[in-house]
Write a protein that binds this ligand. Structure first.
Ligand code: SF4
Length: 306
């Protein structure tokens, strides 16, 4: 089957089976093109609960498909590629949180959405990078443990006054690889271009940037800016959206290391197989676990005020 035939078949299957395809901004372009919705974790999580469909095909990594299932248990949720996993999500376990809480009863545990369902269930509140500061600012507790991303945790703690925020020692092995020397070098090559970076990058990189924000905030910033060129410090997949939305602007990737191989595992053929019922893996979550994880996600939506 050619790529064009595959695209047509996917469209037919979507209509026949009432399927919606969700793709994260970091997915391959061919996958983003057949998706009904492309966005960051917060956007896709909220949408999972709201969209009217029987089946969601999730093109991303496993914790995202689990989040969609947690928020919309009546829908069939298929992750296109079984071993598309986020390494950072496995840098903390539910037992780690249980052990921490035993020793620190006055701490509120905030879990980045890039965590397993078990970790979300053990935590008190979830956050995505786009709402983390607002949510934590609104939490009625002074002591916060943020898991698992230390770079994002440290960034949040610099933005908020009056809270004692400590971070777990996890990290995103894509964003954490970028170094400040790369920012300095790129600025020399593209004089005048603002540097926009994701808060999963190291502090030395954030300190060199003109703007720090989630994937959707970076897109919004570049789209609303009068500047004609930008240096982008997040996963390369976001360049597709940026260029589509801003055909008259230039976008340069900050570092060649900004590629998430887990996000790139899904191909057009995987999407077709999942839609045809011949591939992917159906996400199933035990109901008690799901309800506990749901509480943390609902707390995020409530405290974000969005
Ligand atoms: S970009 Fe980083 S945080 Fe996102 S899925 Fe890949 S490894 Fe995980």
């Amino acid at each position: 089957m050619t790529e064009n035939q595959m695209r047509l078949e996917i469209e037919k299957l979507k209509a026949q089976k009432n399927i919606k395809i969700f793709a994260h901004n970091y997915q391959n372009y061919e996958v983003q093109q057949v998706a009904d919705y492309v966005g960051d974790s917060f956007y896709l999580s909220k949408l999972a609960a709201e969209v009217d469909c029987d089946q969601i095909i999730f093109c991303g990594v496993k914790f995202m498909a689990e989040t969609a299932k947690t928020l919309s248990p009546d829908k069939k949720v298929i992750l296109t590629v079984e071993d598309a996993l986020c390494p950072m999500a496995n840098m903390i376990s539910a037992q780690d949180i249980i052990d921490f809480k035993k020793e620190h009863e006055d701490f509120c545990v905030v879990a980045y959405v890039n965590t397993t369902t078990q970790v979300k269930a053990a935590a008190d509140v979830c956050v995505t990078s786009s709402v983390a500061v607002d949510v934590i600012d609104n939490i009625d507790a002074e002591n916060i443990l943020f898991v698992p991303d230390m770079n994002l945790g440290n960034y949040i703690s610099e933005q908020i006054e009056g809270k004692n925020i400590i971070s777990w020692n996890g990290y995103c092995n894509v964003h954490d690889r970028v170094r400040k020397e790369e920012v300095i070098q790129k600025r020399k090559e593209h004089e005048g271009y603002p540097v926009l970076v994701h808060p999963e990058c190291r502090k030395e990189v954030l300190d060199e940037a003109d703007f720090v924000g989630s994937t959707s905030e970076i897109i919004e910033y570049a789209t609303n800016s009068d500047e004609k060129g930008f240096i982008i410090g997040t996963e390369t997949g976001v360049l597709h959206t940026l260029r589509n939305m801003n055909p008259d602007k230039e976008f340069e990737l900050l570092s060649p290391s900004l590629i998430c191989f887990n996000m790139k595992k899904t191909t057009l053929s995987d999407v077709y197989s999942a839609a045809a019922g011949k591939g992917g893996i159906e996400i199933e979550i035990e109901e008690g676990l799901r309800k506990n994880a749901l509480k943390s996600l609902e707390n995020m939506i409530r405290l974000s005020g969005r």
